[in-house]
Design a protein around this ligand. Structure first.
Ligand code: GUN
Length: 297
C-alpha cells in the first residue's frame, strides 16, 4: 500500500479562501472588520518570524492586524495592562500572546487574563473547560486543523481507534478531547507509556505530537491507518545541511498507512489557517452574527 499524501497546504488555502470570503461579507453586509492582535514579548528570533507571518496573513485575508512588541524585560503588569486594553477594544476580536514568554512571566496567569471570547488560541482555562465538557469554545488551532483534515478524509470518525502521542496543553490534550467529541476511542500516549508500539499498531488514527524526530517507526503503523504528523524537527542532513522531519518515519509509514500528512506541508499550514478561522469565528460570536460553515467545531 502507498498512502495518499494529505495536502495540508492545499487544504489550508481552501480554509483561508473561505475565511477571506466571510470577512468580505462581514464588511459589506454588517460593516464589521475582524481584527487580530498579536503580542510578542522579547526578541526570540523564531517567535519574531511567526508573529510577522501571522500579521501578514491576517492582512491578506482582509482582516485588521495589530502587532504589539514588548521589551524582554517588560513587567507582568505591563503585559496585563496591555491585555486589559485589548480585551476592551471593540476593533480587536482575537488576542494571541506568542509563547514561550520570557521566564519571569507566568504563562498561565497571562493567558487567563485574555477575555475567553477573544482567546483565539483556545488556551484560556474557560475554553479548555468548555471543550472538555463538549460545549462551544475557542479551539486550539493545531488540533482544530488536524480534526478538519481527519473529517475530510473519513467523514465520520465514530468508533475509530485513535492514538494521540504527546500530552501537551497546546496539542495533545485538546486533540484527544476533539477526537472524543467525534466519538473515537482515544488513547493518549506519552513518554511513560509502557508499550507504545502496541498502542500504535491497533490505531486507525495516529496523531503524533511529541517533537522528537521520527520517534514512530513506519513499521508500527496499522495497514490503512491515517497518520497526522504534528512534529516539525530540524535534523542534520550531512554536508553542513539540515532538513525537516516529522515525529513519524515518513517513508516506512507511507508504505503502510492509508493517508499521511507530509512534513513540511501537512499540519503546519493548517495551523495558521485555523488561527484566521478562529478570528472570524470570534468576531461573529462577539457580534451575534452567523458563523461561517465548517471553520469551527
Ligand atoms: N508558540 C508556538 N505555538 C504557539 C501557538 O499555537 N500559540 C501561541 N500563542 N504561541 C505559540
Amino acid at each position: 500500500m502507498t498512502a495518499e499524501i494529505i495536502d495540508g497546504k492545499g487544504f489550508a488555502a481552501k480554509v483561508t479562501d473561505r475565511v477571506a470570503d466571510h470577512v468580505s461579507r462581514l464588511k459589506t453586509d454588517h460593516g464589521v472588520t475582524p481584527g487580530l492582535a498579536v503580542v510578542l514579548v522579547g526578541e526570540d528570533p523564531a517567535s519574531q518570524v511567526y508573529v510577522s507571518s501571522k500579521g501578514k496573513r491576517t492582512k491578506e485575508s482582509g482582516m485588521a492586524s495589530f502587532e504589539h512588541r514588548l521589551d524582554a524585560a517588560a513587567s507582568e503588569m505591563d503585559l496585563l495592562n496591555l491585555i486589559e486594553r485589548l480585551n476592551g477594544d471593540p476593533a480587536v476580536h482575537g488576542i494571541l500572546v506568542q509563547l514561550p514568554l520570557p521566564g519571569h512571566l507566568d504563562d498561565a496567569k497571562v493567558i487567563n487574563a485574555i477575555a475567553p471570547e477573544k482567546d483565539v488560541d483556545g488556551f484560556h482555562v474557560s475554553n479548555v473547560g468548555l471543550l472538555g465538557t463538549g460545549q462551544k469554545s475557542m479551539v486550539p488551532c493545531t488540533p482544530l486543523g488536524c480534526l478538519m483534515m481527519l473529517r475530510e478524509r473519513h467523514g465520520s470518525l465514530s468508533g475509530l481507534d485513535a492514538v494521540v502521542i504527546g500530552r501537551s496543553n497546546i496539542v495533545g490534550k485538546p486533540m484527544a478531547q476533539l477526537l472524543l467529541g467525534d466519538s473515537c476511542t482515544v488513547t493518549v500516549a506519552h513518554s511513560r507509556t509502557k508499550d507504545l508500539p502496541e498502542v500504535v499498531r491497533r490505531a486507525d488514527i495516529v496523531v503524533a505530537a511529541v517533537g522528537r524526530p521520527e520517534i514512530v517507526p513506519g513499521g508500527w503503523i496499522k495497514e490503512g491507518a491515517t497518520v497526522i504528523d504534528v512534529g516539525i524537527n530540524r535534523v542534520d542532513a550531512g554536508g553542513g545541511k539540515t532538513r525537516l522531519v516529522g515525529d513519524v518515519e515518513f517513508d516506512g509509514a507511507r508504505r503502510r498507512a492509508g493517508a499521511i500528512t507530509p512534513v513540511p506541508g501537512g499540519v503546519g499550514p493548517m495551523t495558521i489557517a485555523c488561527l484566521l478561522a478562529n478570528t472570524v469565528t470570534a468576531c461573529c460570536r462577539i457580534n451575534g452574527l452567523p458563523e461561517p460553515e465548517g471553520l469551527a467545531v
